[in-house]
Ligand binder design. Structure first.
Ligand code: AMP
Ligand code: TRP
Length: 343
Protein backbone atom coordinates (compact mmCIF):
# COMPACT_ATOMS: atom_id res chain seq x y z
CA UNK A 1 0.00 0.00 0.00
CA UNK A 2 1.18 3.47 -0.86
CA UNK A 3 2.05 5.33 2.33
CA UNK A 4 3.12 8.66 0.85
CA UNK A 5 0.10 10.68 2.07
CA UNK A 6 1.13 14.08 3.31
CA UNK A 7 -0.36 13.75 6.76
CA UNK A 8 0.09 12.08 10.05
CA UNK A 9 -3.37 10.55 10.38
CA UNK A 10 -3.35 6.89 11.43
CA UNK A 11 -4.10 4.45 8.60
CA UNK A 12 -7.79 3.69 8.21
CA UNK A 13 -9.52 2.20 5.18
CA UNK A 14 -12.98 3.23 3.96
CA UNK A 15 -14.89 2.20 0.86
CA UNK A 16 -18.48 2.01 -0.31
CA UNK A 17 -20.65 0.28 -2.87
CA UNK A 18 -24.13 1.28 -4.02
CA UNK A 19 -26.95 -1.15 -3.25
CA UNK A 20 -28.37 -1.07 -6.75
CA UNK A 21 -28.91 -4.44 -8.39
CA UNK A 22 -26.54 -7.38 -8.31
CA UNK A 23 -22.88 -7.38 -7.36
CA UNK A 24 -20.92 -8.09 -10.54
CA UNK A 25 -17.60 -9.79 -11.12
CA UNK A 26 -16.27 -6.24 -11.71
CA UNK A 27 -17.34 -5.15 -8.21
CA UNK A 28 -15.91 -8.36 -6.78
CA UNK A 29 -12.46 -8.23 -8.41
CA UNK A 30 -12.17 -4.43 -8.49
CA UNK A 31 -13.43 -3.81 -4.97
CA UNK A 32 -14.78 -6.49 -2.59
CA UNK A 33 -11.94 -9.02 -2.97
CA UNK A 34 -9.49 -6.23 -2.16
CA UNK A 35 -11.64 -5.05 0.78
CA UNK A 36 -11.16 -8.54 2.23
CA UNK A 37 -7.39 -8.47 1.68
CA UNK A 38 -7.12 -5.13 3.47
CA UNK A 39 -9.29 -6.37 6.34
CA UNK A 40 -7.07 -9.41 6.73
CA UNK A 41 -3.90 -7.31 6.67
CA UNK A 42 -4.95 -6.08 10.12
CA UNK A 43 -5.56 -2.41 9.24
CA UNK A 44 -8.80 -0.79 10.51
CA UNK A 45 -11.46 -1.20 7.79
CA UNK A 46 -14.89 0.39 7.33
CA UNK A 47 -17.15 -0.70 4.45
CA UNK A 48 -20.44 0.94 3.66
CA UNK A 49 -23.53 0.21 1.61
CA UNK A 50 -24.11 3.71 0.24
CA UNK A 51 -27.91 3.81 0.10
CA UNK A 52 -28.01 7.64 0.08
CA UNK A 53 -25.95 7.54 -3.11
CA UNK A 54 -28.27 4.93 -4.61
CA UNK A 55 -31.29 7.27 -4.29
CA UNK A 56 -29.66 9.94 -6.47
CA UNK A 57 -31.52 8.03 -9.18
CA UNK A 58 -34.98 6.49 -8.69
CA UNK A 59 -35.08 3.36 -6.51
CA UNK A 60 -38.19 1.34 -5.89
CA UNK A 61 -38.37 1.15 -2.04
CA UNK A 62 -38.78 -2.63 -1.72
CA UNK A 63 -35.99 -3.27 -4.26
CA UNK A 64 -33.67 -0.86 -2.44
CA UNK A 65 -34.23 -2.69 0.83
CA UNK A 66 -33.61 -6.08 -0.81
CA UNK A 67 -30.53 -4.82 -2.66
CA UNK A 68 -29.03 -3.38 0.54
CA UNK A 69 -29.44 -6.70 2.35
CA UNK A 70 -28.12 -8.60 -0.66
CA UNK A 71 -25.05 -6.38 -0.79
CA UNK A 72 -24.46 -6.98 2.93
CA UNK A 73 -24.81 -10.73 2.30
CA UNK A 74 -22.35 -10.42 -0.62
CA UNK A 75 -19.84 -8.63 1.60
CA UNK A 76 -20.04 -11.25 4.33
CA UNK A 77 -20.07 -14.21 1.92
CA UNK A 78 -16.95 -12.82 0.21
CA UNK A 79 -15.06 -12.86 3.51
CA UNK A 80 -15.78 -9.55 5.22
CA UNK A 81 -16.21 -10.33 8.89
CA UNK A 82 -18.42 -8.04 11.00
CA UNK A 83 -16.05 -8.72 13.91
CA UNK A 84 -13.06 -7.41 11.97
CA UNK A 85 -14.58 -4.72 9.71
CA UNK A 86 -17.28 -2.16 10.39
CA UNK A 87 -20.13 -2.98 7.96
CA UNK A 88 -23.20 -0.72 7.76
CA UNK A 89 -25.56 1.18 5.50
CA UNK A 90 -24.85 4.88 5.08
CA UNK A 91 -28.29 6.28 5.97
CA UNK A 92 -28.02 4.85 9.52
CA UNK A 93 -25.15 7.23 10.29
CA UNK A 94 -26.56 10.77 9.80
CA UNK A 95 -23.09 12.33 10.11
CA UNK A 96 -22.44 11.41 6.43
CA UNK A 97 -25.30 13.61 5.21
CA UNK A 98 -24.40 16.41 7.64
CA UNK A 99 -20.77 16.59 6.51
CA UNK A 100 -22.03 16.19 2.92
CA UNK A 101 -23.95 19.48 3.35
CA UNK A 102 -20.87 21.23 4.67
CA UNK A 103 -18.88 19.97 1.69
CA UNK A 104 -21.60 21.25 -0.65
CA UNK A 105 -20.65 24.66 0.69
CA UNK A 106 -16.90 24.04 0.24
CA UNK A 107 -17.11 22.54 -3.26
CA UNK A 108 -17.30 24.81 -6.32
CA UNK A 109 -19.86 24.25 -9.09
CA UNK A 110 -17.03 24.21 -11.62
CA UNK A 111 -15.41 21.22 -9.92
CA UNK A 112 -18.62 19.19 -10.08
CA UNK A 113 -19.26 20.24 -13.67
CA UNK A 114 -16.12 18.37 -14.65
CA UNK A 115 -17.19 15.02 -13.17
CA UNK A 116 -17.49 12.44 -15.94
CA UNK A 117 -19.71 10.06 -13.94
CA UNK A 118 -22.35 12.81 -13.66
CA UNK A 119 -22.17 13.45 -17.38
CA UNK A 120 -22.52 9.71 -18.10
CA UNK A 121 -25.35 9.15 -15.66
CA UNK A 122 -27.31 12.32 -16.42
CA UNK A 123 -26.96 11.74 -20.15
CA UNK A 124 -28.51 14.26 -22.50
CA UNK A 125 -31.27 15.18 -20.11
CA UNK A 126 -29.25 17.11 -17.50
CA UNK A 127 -32.13 19.42 -16.60
CA UNK A 128 -34.03 16.41 -15.35
CA UNK A 129 -31.22 14.89 -13.24
CA UNK A 130 -31.61 15.18 -9.46
CA UNK A 131 -29.60 17.76 -7.54
CA UNK A 132 -28.39 14.77 -5.51
CA UNK A 133 -26.83 13.20 -8.60
CA UNK A 134 -24.90 16.40 -9.24
CA UNK A 135 -23.75 16.63 -5.61
CA UNK A 136 -22.97 12.88 -5.44
CA UNK A 137 -19.18 13.41 -5.19
CA UNK A 138 -19.45 15.77 -2.20
CA UNK A 139 -21.34 13.10 -0.25
CA UNK A 140 -18.70 10.59 -1.30
CA UNK A 141 -15.99 12.89 0.06
CA UNK A 142 -17.98 13.14 3.30
CA UNK A 143 -18.22 9.31 3.52
CA UNK A 144 -14.45 9.11 3.48
CA UNK A 145 -13.49 12.17 5.48
CA UNK A 146 -16.06 11.70 8.28
CA UNK A 147 -13.78 8.83 9.38
CA UNK A 148 -10.52 10.59 8.56
CA UNK A 149 -9.91 7.61 6.28
CA UNK A 150 -6.46 7.61 4.73
CA UNK A 151 -6.84 4.85 2.10
CA UNK A 152 -9.74 4.10 -0.23
CA UNK A 153 -9.74 0.91 -2.33
CA UNK A 154 -11.84 1.35 -5.48
CA UNK A 155 -11.94 0.46 -9.17
CA UNK A 156 -10.44 2.74 -11.80
CA UNK A 157 -13.77 4.50 -12.52
CA UNK A 158 -13.69 6.22 -9.11
CA UNK A 159 -10.33 7.93 -9.57
CA UNK A 160 -11.76 11.32 -10.47
CA UNK A 161 -14.07 11.31 -7.44
CA UNK A 162 -11.13 10.57 -5.17
CA UNK A 163 -9.13 13.44 -6.65
CA UNK A 164 -12.08 15.69 -5.86
CA UNK A 165 -12.10 14.34 -2.29
CA UNK A 166 -8.49 15.48 -1.96
CA UNK A 167 -9.41 18.90 -3.38
CA UNK A 168 -12.27 19.28 -0.90
CA UNK A 169 -10.05 18.31 2.06
CA UNK A 170 -7.34 20.70 0.88
CA UNK A 171 -9.74 23.63 0.42
CA UNK A 172 -11.35 23.04 3.82
CA UNK A 173 -7.92 22.85 5.47
CA UNK A 174 -6.76 26.02 3.70
CA UNK A 175 -9.99 27.96 4.32
CA UNK A 176 -9.90 27.23 8.05
CA UNK A 177 -6.11 27.17 8.44
CA UNK A 178 -6.00 23.65 9.77
CA UNK A 179 -4.83 20.20 8.76
CA UNK A 180 -7.94 18.57 10.19
CA UNK A 181 -8.85 16.45 7.16
CA UNK A 182 -6.36 13.92 5.76
CA UNK A 183 -5.41 13.94 2.08
CA UNK A 184 -6.73 10.52 1.14
CA UNK A 185 -4.84 8.03 -1.03
CA UNK A 186 -6.82 6.14 -3.64
CA UNK A 187 -5.81 2.46 -3.74
CA UNK A 188 -6.43 1.37 -7.32
CA UNK A 189 -4.35 -1.77 -7.58
CA UNK A 190 -4.31 -5.26 -9.02
CA UNK A 191 -5.00 -6.83 -12.40
CA UNK A 192 -8.73 -6.19 -12.34
CA UNK A 193 -9.24 -2.51 -11.57
CA UNK A 194 -11.33 -2.25 -14.73
CA UNK A 195 -13.17 -5.44 -15.65
CA UNK A 196 -14.76 -5.01 -19.06
CA UNK A 197 -18.11 -6.13 -20.48
CA UNK A 198 -18.16 -9.68 -21.89
CA UNK A 199 -19.94 -8.31 -24.98
CA UNK A 200 -17.68 -5.32 -25.66
CA UNK A 201 -14.06 -5.10 -24.49
CA UNK A 202 -14.14 -1.30 -24.61
CA UNK A 203 -17.02 -0.93 -22.17
CA UNK A 204 -16.90 -1.38 -18.38
CA UNK A 205 -18.72 -4.39 -16.92
CA UNK A 206 -21.64 -2.73 -15.17
CA UNK A 207 -24.68 -3.56 -13.04
CA UNK A 208 -26.72 -1.25 -15.20
CA UNK A 209 -25.85 -2.61 -18.68
CA UNK A 210 -29.02 -3.55 -20.55
CA UNK A 211 -27.59 -6.96 -21.48
CA UNK A 212 -27.26 -9.47 -18.64
CA UNK A 213 -24.89 -11.46 -20.87
CA UNK A 214 -22.39 -8.57 -20.55
CA UNK A 215 -21.69 -9.31 -16.89
CA UNK A 216 -21.30 -12.11 -14.39
CA UNK A 217 -23.39 -11.58 -11.27
CA UNK A 218 -22.37 -13.10 -7.95
CA UNK A 219 -25.85 -14.64 -7.81
CA UNK A 220 -25.58 -16.41 -11.20
CA UNK A 221 -25.83 -20.22 -11.28
CA UNK A 222 -22.82 -22.31 -12.32
CA UNK A 223 -24.49 -23.09 -15.67
CA UNK A 224 -25.18 -19.43 -16.37
CA UNK A 225 -21.60 -18.40 -15.52
CA UNK A 226 -20.26 -21.07 -17.90
CA UNK A 227 -22.71 -19.99 -20.61
CA UNK A 228 -21.78 -16.31 -20.31
CA UNK A 229 -18.06 -17.10 -20.57
CA UNK A 230 -18.62 -19.44 -23.50
CA UNK A 231 -20.58 -16.73 -25.34
CA UNK A 232 -18.15 -13.93 -24.39
CA UNK A 233 -16.97 -11.96 -27.40
CA UNK A 234 -13.40 -12.74 -28.52
CA UNK A 235 -11.27 -12.49 -31.64
CA UNK A 236 -10.19 -15.47 -33.73
CA UNK A 237 -6.48 -15.61 -32.78
CA UNK A 238 -4.95 -17.98 -30.25
CA UNK A 239 -3.57 -16.60 -26.97
CA UNK A 240 -0.19 -14.87 -27.21
CA UNK A 241 2.76 -15.65 -24.95
CA UNK A 242 3.27 -12.13 -23.60
CA UNK A 243 1.36 -8.96 -22.70
CA UNK A 244 2.46 -7.14 -25.88
CA UNK A 245 0.48 -9.71 -27.83
CA UNK A 246 -2.72 -8.49 -26.15
CA UNK A 247 -2.44 -4.95 -27.53
CA UNK A 248 -5.51 -3.99 -29.57
CA UNK A 249 -7.22 -7.18 -28.40
CA UNK A 250 -9.46 -5.75 -25.63
CA UNK A 251 -11.70 -8.81 -25.27
CA UNK A 252 -8.76 -11.22 -25.05
CA UNK A 253 -7.03 -8.94 -22.56
CA UNK A 254 -10.17 -8.78 -20.43
CA UNK A 255 -10.53 -12.57 -20.18
CA UNK A 256 -6.85 -12.91 -19.24
CA UNK A 257 -7.21 -10.24 -16.55
CA UNK A 258 -10.34 -11.90 -15.20
CA UNK A 259 -8.48 -15.21 -15.01
CA UNK A 260 -5.56 -13.53 -13.24
CA UNK A 261 -7.86 -11.74 -10.78
CA UNK A 262 -9.76 -14.90 -9.92
CA UNK A 263 -6.64 -17.06 -9.62
CA UNK A 264 -4.69 -14.40 -7.70
CA UNK A 265 -1.75 -14.52 -10.16
CA UNK A 266 -0.29 -12.07 -12.67
CA UNK A 267 -1.56 -11.75 -16.26
CA UNK A 268 1.95 -12.66 -17.48
CA UNK A 269 1.73 -15.94 -15.62
CA UNK A 270 -1.70 -16.71 -17.13
CA UNK A 271 -0.25 -16.15 -20.60
CA UNK A 272 2.82 -18.26 -19.83
CA UNK A 273 0.57 -21.15 -18.90
CA UNK A 274 -1.89 -20.76 -21.77
CA UNK A 275 0.15 -19.42 -24.70
CA UNK A 276 -1.01 -20.75 -28.06
CA UNK A 277 -4.40 -21.96 -26.79
CA UNK A 278 -7.52 -21.28 -28.83
CA UNK A 279 -10.40 -19.58 -26.98
CA UNK A 280 -12.41 -22.77 -27.44
CA UNK A 281 -9.87 -24.41 -25.08
CA UNK A 282 -9.25 -21.45 -22.77
CA UNK A 283 -12.87 -20.53 -22.10
CA UNK A 284 -13.82 -23.83 -20.40
CA UNK A 285 -10.79 -23.51 -18.08
CA UNK A 286 -11.78 -19.95 -17.23
CA UNK A 287 -15.40 -21.01 -16.68
CA UNK A 288 -14.30 -23.77 -14.32
CA UNK A 289 -12.12 -21.35 -12.36
CA UNK A 290 -14.91 -18.75 -12.16
CA UNK A 291 -17.44 -21.33 -10.99
CA UNK A 292 -15.06 -22.73 -8.37
CA UNK A 293 -14.35 -19.26 -6.95
CA UNK A 294 -17.84 -17.76 -7.19
CA UNK A 295 -20.17 -20.65 -6.30
CA UNK A 296 -19.14 -20.82 -2.63
CA UNK A 297 -19.88 -17.08 -2.40
CA UNK A 298 -23.28 -17.30 -4.07
CA UNK A 299 -24.27 -20.30 -1.93
CA UNK A 300 -23.32 -18.45 1.24
CA UNK A 301 -25.18 -15.34 0.03
CA UNK A 302 -28.36 -17.34 -0.54
CA UNK A 303 -27.98 -18.86 2.92
CA UNK A 304 -27.47 -15.46 4.57
CA UNK A 305 -30.40 -13.90 2.70
CA UNK A 306 -32.74 -16.29 4.53
CA UNK A 307 -31.90 -14.54 7.80
CA UNK A 308 -32.66 -10.87 7.24
CA UNK A 309 -32.89 -10.34 11.00
CA UNK A 310 -29.21 -11.27 11.29
CA UNK A 311 -28.25 -9.02 8.37
CA UNK A 312 -30.16 -6.06 9.79
CA UNK A 313 -28.44 -6.67 13.14
CA UNK A 314 -25.00 -6.60 11.50
CA UNK A 315 -25.88 -3.30 9.80
CA UNK A 316 -27.25 -1.80 13.02
CA UNK A 317 -24.22 -2.82 15.08
CA UNK A 318 -21.90 -1.57 12.36
CA UNK A 319 -23.74 1.76 12.27
CA UNK A 320 -23.32 2.19 16.03
CA UNK A 321 -19.59 1.56 15.79
CA UNK A 322 -19.26 3.85 12.77
CA UNK A 323 -21.15 6.67 14.53
CA UNK A 324 -18.73 6.49 17.45
CA UNK A 325 -15.91 7.42 15.11
CA UNK A 326 -17.87 9.83 12.93
CA UNK A 327 -19.69 11.93 15.54
CA UNK A 328 -16.65 13.45 17.28
CA UNK A 329 -15.17 14.32 13.86
CA UNK A 330 -18.44 16.03 12.89
CA UNK A 331 -18.53 17.95 16.19
CA UNK A 332 -14.97 19.15 15.67
CA UNK A 333 -15.82 20.19 12.09
CA UNK A 334 -18.75 22.31 13.29
CA UNK A 335 -16.54 23.82 15.97
CA UNK A 336 -13.79 24.71 13.47
CA UNK A 337 -16.40 26.46 11.31
CA UNK A 338 -17.93 28.48 14.14
CA UNK A 339 -21.25 26.63 14.34
CA UNK A 340 -22.43 26.69 17.94
CA UNK A 341 -22.89 23.35 19.74
CA UNK A 342 -24.50 23.72 23.15
CA UNK A 343 -24.01 20.67 25.30
P1 AMP B 1 -20.62 0.65 -7.87
O1 AMP B 1 -21.25 -0.64 -8.22
O2 AMP B 1 -20.64 1.63 -8.99
O3 AMP B 1 -21.10 1.23 -6.57
O4 AMP B 1 -19.08 0.32 -7.67
C1 AMP B 1 -18.57 -0.25 -6.48
C2 AMP B 1 -17.07 -0.50 -6.58
O5 AMP B 1 -16.79 -1.47 -7.60
C3 AMP B 1 -16.24 0.74 -6.93
O6 AMP B 1 -15.02 0.68 -6.22
C4 AMP B 1 -16.01 0.58 -8.41
O7 AMP B 1 -14.86 1.24 -8.84
C5 AMP B 1 -15.86 -0.94 -8.52
N1 AMP B 1 -16.24 -1.41 -9.87
C6 AMP B 1 -17.45 -1.30 -10.47
N2 AMP B 1 -17.42 -1.83 -11.71
C7 AMP B 1 -16.16 -2.28 -11.90
C8 AMP B 1 -15.49 -2.94 -12.99
N3 AMP B 1 -16.12 -3.23 -14.13
N4 AMP B 1 -14.17 -3.25 -12.85
C9 AMP B 1 -13.52 -2.97 -11.69
N5 AMP B 1 -14.09 -2.35 -10.63
C10 AMP B 1 -15.38 -2.01 -10.73
N1 TRP C 1 -19.12 6.30 -5.91
C1 TRP C 1 -18.78 4.93 -5.60
C2 TRP C 1 -19.21 4.04 -6.79
O1 TRP C 1 -20.13 4.34 -7.48
C3 TRP C 1 -19.42 4.45 -4.34
C4 TRP C 1 -18.99 5.24 -3.13
C5 TRP C 1 -19.73 6.12 -2.41
C6 TRP C 1 -17.69 5.21 -2.55
N2 TRP C 1 -19.02 6.61 -1.39
C7 TRP C 1 -17.75 6.10 -1.44
C8 TRP C 1 -16.53 4.53 -2.85
C9 TRP C 1 -16.64 6.32 -0.63
C10 TRP C 1 -15.40 4.76 -2.03
C11 TRP C 1 -15.47 5.65 -0.95
O2 TRP C 1 -18.62 3.05 -7.00
Amino acid sequence: MDQKHENTHTPRVFSGIQPTGNLTLGNYLGAVKRFVEMQNSGIETIYCMVDLHAITVWQEPQSLKAATRELAAGFIASGLDPKKSILFNQSQVPAHAELGWIFNCVTRMGWLNRMTQFKDKAGKNRENASVGLFAYPTLMAADILIYHATHVPVGEDQKQHLELTRDIATKFNNDFKTNFFPITEPVIEGVATRVMSLRDGNKKMSKSDASDMSRINLTDSADLIAKKIKKAKTDADPLPSSLEGLENRPEAKNLINIFAGLAGISSEKVLEENAGKEFSKFKPILAELAVSKLMPISKEMAHLMKDTVYIDQVLGNGANKAAQIANPILEKTYDIMGLIRST
